[in-house]
Design a protein around this ligand. Structure first.
Ligand SMILES: Nc1nc2c(ncn2[C@@H]2O[C@H](COP(=O)(O)OP(=O)(O)OP(=O)(O)O)[C@@H](O)[C@H]2O)c(=O)[nH]1
Ligand SMILES: [Mg+2]
Length: 357
């Protein structure tokens, strides 16, 4: 069975999705998909049509176009319409190409942002980007410089909206979508050839992309409206808040423990310091005692030396005195002997005899 390529145009009301479907379907009567320029969304429920389309000289591919209700619907039923589309796509099981359609002559409004959020809530960014082509309708056949400049500005705006809606910050990813510009109107009852060729190019690229990455599986996609998303976001935030609180408490506890440990360590260090100081003081006192002891020993030694010297001096003096006394005694003895001899002599002379010594 040949592959059916399922193409889903998305975008604001009146951007030209239904007419683009006719253009791809090559229905020059512009009737297959209902086109309208009324304010309210013309396409209310998804319209699905398939066809074979020639993409080059010989090949045809089987295409299924899923025309969708546009966003910015003034009736305000974007979410309901999108939910219905998701239900249909789930049944269809796969998508091969998203066409994000913008009217080149219109400004991009704020509702497009919300619509992009619905898309971002439903499809993962990678699968959405890998299967995406952005299309500007009502583009001039012969664009002037101003058109080219406008295209660049609008492209930038769209990329920003897409990035913002899927929550990508600048530089977080390189997002270079394929951008095409065309006019799907008929001229003299015929489509403009040049722009039909653009469709061939888009379909050719789509085939390559599907060969490479396969289709987007839609079997399990879930609709998630802005309110649901907000609730989910709120729950996530609450969860994060509780987690942050838990981490903060944990950190607080760790900090308290660290503070306690630091205090204990400081206490211990102070005690050690005190002990060391006391030991030093003790050592210093011991040294002082030793010094005093040595001083005392030295003093006693000196005193002993002095006493010894004095004693020696005294002995010498005594010896001298003794020697002097001895000499004196000897001298006295001699004197006495002399006197005795003289006396004896005298006595003897006086007694008549004379003794000669
Ligand atoms: N000149 C010109 N007119 C276009 C082009 N595309 C769409 N239109 C016109 O724009 C109006 C809206 O086109 P639709 O295809 O109905 O737009 P839509 O996006 O399907 O709108 P909804 O179904 O309401 O979401 C119609 O009058 C179209 O004829 C284009 O490329 N060139
Ligand atoms: Mg339509």
């Amino acid at each position: 069975m040949p592959k059916i390529y399922r193409i889903v145009p998305l975008g604001p009301t009146g951007s030209g999705k239904s007419q683009l479907c006719n253009f791809i379907y090559q229905d020059e009567s512009n009737k297959k998909f209902k086109v309208s320029n009324r304010l309210h969304s013309q396409t209310k429920v998804p319209q699905i049509e398939s066809c074979f389309r020639k993409i080059n000289d010989k090949d045809y591919i089987n295409i299924e176009l899923v025309d969708t209700a546009g966003c910015s619907d003034s009736a305000g039923s974007d979410e309901e319409n999108f939910k219905e589309l998701i239900d249909k796509l789930r049944i269809k099981k796969s998508i091969d190409l998203f066409l994000l359609v913008f009217n080149f002559t219109n400004r991009i409004d704020g509702k497009t942002k919300d619509y992009m959020k619905l898309i971002a809530n439903t499809f993962t960014p990678t699968e959405f980007f890998n299967h995406l082509a952005i299309i500007f309708t009502r583009y001039p056949e012969e664009p002037d410089e101003q058109d080219i400049e406008d295209k660049e500005i609008k492209t930038g705006e769209i990329i920003e909206i897409i990035k913002d809606s899927i929550g990508l910050a600048d530089g977080q990813t390189t997002f270079c979508p394929s951008i095409y510009e065309l006019d799907t109107k008929t001229k003299n009852g015929k489509f403009i050839e040049k722009f039909q060729a653009t469709i061939d190019e888009i379909l050719g690229k789509m085939q390559l992309m599907i060969d490479l990455n396969g289709s987007v599986n839609t079997e399990n996609i879930k609709f998630c409206g802005i309110k649901d998303r907000l609730k989910e976001e709120q729950e996530k935030l609450e969860k994060q808040r509780l987690e942050n609180e838990r981490i903060m408490k944990e950190n607080e506890e760790k900090k308290r423990k660290l503070e306690e440990d630091r205090r204990k360590y400081e206490e211990q260090r102070r005690r050690d310091e005190e002990k060391r100081r006391r030991e030093l003081e003790e050592k210093r006192k011991e040294e002082e005692r030793m010094r005093l002891l040595r001083e005392e020993i030295r003093r006693r030694e000196e005193k002993r030396k002095r006493e010894e010297e004095a004693r020696i001096r005294r002995i010498k003096e005594m010896e001298e005195e003794e020697r002097r006394l001895r000499i004196e005694n000897e001298r006295r003895e001699r004197e006495y002997q002399e006197r005795m001899r003289r006396y004896e002599c005298e006595r003897r002379r006086n007694s008549g005899g004379c003794m000669i010594f």
